[in-house]
Write a protein that binds this ligand. Sequence first.
Ligand code: 13P
Ligand code: SF4
Length: 311
Amino acid sequence: IDSGINLVNEINRLKVEKNAVILAHYYQSPEIQDIADFVGDSLALAVKATTLKSKLIIFAGVKFMGETTKILLPDAKIVLPDMNAGCSLADSCNYHDFKAFKEKYPDHIVITYVNTNADIKTLSDICCTSSNAEKVIESIPMDKPIIFAPDRNLGNYLKNKLKRENMLIWDGFCHVHQRFSLERLIELKKKYTTAKIIAHPECQKTILIMADYIGSTSQLIDFTINDPSTSYLVATEYGVIHQMKKFSPEKDFIPVPPDDSTCACNDCIYMKMITLKKLYLSLKYEYPVVELSPDIIEKAKLPIERMIAIR
Ligand code: 13P
Ligand code: SF4
């Protein structure tokens, strides 16, 4: 790239020229969120995808999100600026192990979190995100046993909250949410006594029991907009604080740190693989493209459509 190039101007110019749409998750860097046409949580991004007419979508997020968009828009070109942007949670559930597990419990309804690779979705009855997981579980009659995968923290949180004894939970987790430090959270709470603790349900139980409010990324943002407090200890990926500050510039948002004492905040290495430079190059060359076989698209579509219908 020419060092004199203004990436923001070039991205905006190419976007118009190619009639492309940029979608970004809340965990993206501020400069990526600011250049996107739409920023949202996993559910909102999937819903938004269903309304798009553009044939070129640049997805600033991780691979499973690009795949979900491809499943919903099979005729569009979905570009992910870095194909290595995976997800530790999605990778904690592989196809062969999960298929064997599911076969042991043929009478169970399979609910999978959208944070899975596309092949896992083909084994699912219905997908969910952290925004609608509670409603999705509640849509299944109480006497029907459930398999919930792959996030054990979200699964156990909802199993207890909804008193759903007949729920089997896969033992996966997200490395970002798993590593928040209870000790460091307690230290921060002692320092900022009036700050409310807000946490994503992918966090461990030790963090969730400390939280004043638990919700998906968009629910956490909405909470900070509507709640009268002026400071928050935020236990989710750091990127979300960019939107919180935008909506409530007068409030303080303190990231809860991970258990590694050298870090002040908790970034998802996969989300942060997407840079402005990669966004520019991927838009310019329309590469790399998310590819899925027609068979996977066909089988994964129904559980995703069911997920979108429950909001
Ligand atoms: P939500 O966008 O559903 O809150 O999910 C968080 C997440 O971990 C996405 O990778
Ligand atoms: Fe996956 Fe966790 Fe990163 Fe979300 S934050 S993309 S669940 S690794």
